[in-house]
Design a binder for this molecule. Structure first.
Ligand code: GAR
Length: 218
């Protein structure tokens, strides 16, 4: 590992299973990032209680208590700055961020999305994948840009769609892939092993057996 560990803020809104996979991965002494803070815009988010139990600094910022998005985001920005955050990982964070906020984190904010982007941007990805009859779907870790689900793709994992699938069974299979993909891509990115060129990324793959492509799992 070169240089100090990158300091990560994870932003969540609910269950926090991806957050958990990042926290668990970051326990490895040679992981190039540490989870400095977990922030939820919903105080009741299950993930925030779990993170707190693990001794991770947590913060509930109920967006309903702020007059508008700008007020919420200026508070968030102050906390990220006070926590000396290098990278922000959105993990099921379901609140829209303004273009100004996103721009201020350009190249330093990651998101995980439950489809193979650019297919099925937005919500209800598994319902739409089933309706479209695709034979494979998956998940994507990408850099966040002001256009929703549009930023450079850092890595993807593929899972098969089975004839017997319901949205729930497909979601569970994709979620298991998310839990492998996100820590793997964060590790590569935080170590400086992914290079961004315009809208595309390239990586020094096969470092520690990691690659931005994860194989189909049946
Ligand atoms: C995950 O499936 C994540 O990909 C999705 O929300 C879920 C959060 O689960 N994110 C989005 O749809 C973002 N557009 P988690 O709270 O258990 O990590």
């Amino acid at each position: 590992m070169n240089g100090p560990k990158k300091r990560i803020a994870i932003l969540i809104s609910g269950r926090g299973s991806n957050m958990k996979s990042l926290i668990e991965a970051a326990r490895r002494p040679d992981f190039p990032a540490e989870i400095a803070v977990v922030i939820s815009n919903r105080p009741e988010a299950a993930g925030i209680a779990w993170a707190k139990d693990q001794g991770i600094p947590t913060l509930a910022m109920d967006h309903k208590h702020y007059s508008d998005r700008a007020h919420f985001e200026s508070q968030l920005q102050s906390i990220l700055s006070a926590s000396r955050i290098d990278l922000v990982c959105l993990a099921g964070f379901m609140r829209m961020l303004t273009p100004a906020f996103v721009e201020s984190w350009r190249g330093r904010m990651l998101n995980i999305h439950p489809s193979l982007l650019p297919a099925f941007k937005g919500l209800d990805t598994h319902e739409r994948a089933l309706a479209a009859g695709v034979k494979f779907t998956g998940c994507t870790v990408h850099l966040v840009t002001p256009e929703m689900d549009e930023g450079p793709i850092l890595g993807q994992a593929v899972v098969p769609v089975l004839t017997s699938d319901s949205p729930d069974s497909l979601a569970a299979r994709v979620l298991a892939a998310e839990h492998r993909l996100y820590p793997g891509i964060l590790e590569l990115f935080a170590a400086g092993l992914i290079t961004i060129n315009g809208h595309k990324s390239s990586s020094a793959s096969d470092v520690n057996g990691l690659s931005p492509q994860f194989s189909p799992q049946v």
